[in-house]
Design a protein around this ligand. Sequence first.
Ligand code: GDP
Ligand code: MN
Length: 354
Amino acid sequence: MVTMELLEYEAKAILRSCFIPTPAGTVVFSGDTIPSAPIVLKSQVHTGGRGKLGGVRVVKSGDTRQIAKDLFALSIKDEFPKTLLAEELLDIKNEYYLSLQVNRSEGTIELIAHREGGIEVESHQPSEFFRHELSPELSAAVGDSIADYFELPEKSFILQDLLQILYDCFVKSDALLLEINPLVLTSDDKLVAGDCKMTLDADAGFRHPEWNFEQMATSANFVTLSRNGTVATIANGAGLAMATVDAVKAVGHEPANFLDIGGGATVEGIVKSFRSILDFPNVNAIIINIFGGIVRCDDVAAAIIEARKQFPNLPSLYVRLSGNRSAEAADLLAEVGLALYPDLTACLQELTHE
Ligand code: GDP
Ligand code: MN
């Protein structure tokens, strides 16, 4: 089974859309303005255990910019964050562990909890966790029993409500795992999702056109070929993407990446690809080679225009768009003074002459 691992801010956006309380926060890219203290700055990487590895920094006062810089430079289990989450500080009274998981052998959704959550949760034996099999219509007793277990009897109704919402959110999102650790009890007695890890069933992607996660820009369809490469490529279809990389190499340039934007490419997704390309220090040209069948060339054109707006330091673009809505794309790009090349050879000739 193919899985989609979400970053904390992506998972929390889903929680928020289901009206589950999360701390107020903003996502920052390197170079963005960092909100000032007091805040908590959290490295957005796909591995857990960031707290123990220095990836979560509570900044009560002082220079948040320097700490953000340190976090961008800190790899966590071989992954550098592309983004940080800057959140309001929570005044924590207690931390609980709460998760919903697909139990594959039983074919059920299971609630697993621990009254001592937080970064040490893995030190508990599996037998010490509270476990409960959930059904679509949660019995009213679940709220009571988890409230008893957490020793929060007065929170029984709230926990019942929270579990029902989490269950519905889990099913609707095609999730395999939804883990809130810590579920924070604040000093003013509110329950807030302090952290969230979510794994989705990637095979269900066809019914989620709204999915647009960092993993999609950095996984199978985006492959780093050379950190020091000078020419980046954006193409559609694995075959055309490989041919584009080969052609760059054949004329004596070092391709930085392989990227197949796929048939379901969205403007936002393509803009994200540009952002990934900007991580390569030596890229001075981007070849965009699209043969639009399902993918719409005018979407690609809109993404190019948006990327030029968002990233003033974008390298030179060599664009070939043909097929589905290429005339509309040419019109859009002409408006911003960007001409199209008739084919890849023309792109490469121009690139090599410069
Ligand atoms: P993880 O280590 O990757 O699971 O990262 P978490 O987001 O769970 O953060 C780890 C720990 O940092 C939490 O268990 C908290 O103890 C602490 N922490 C996170 N956010 C805050 C905050 O807003 N205030 C305070 N005081 N501690 C926080
Ligand atoms: Mn956590």
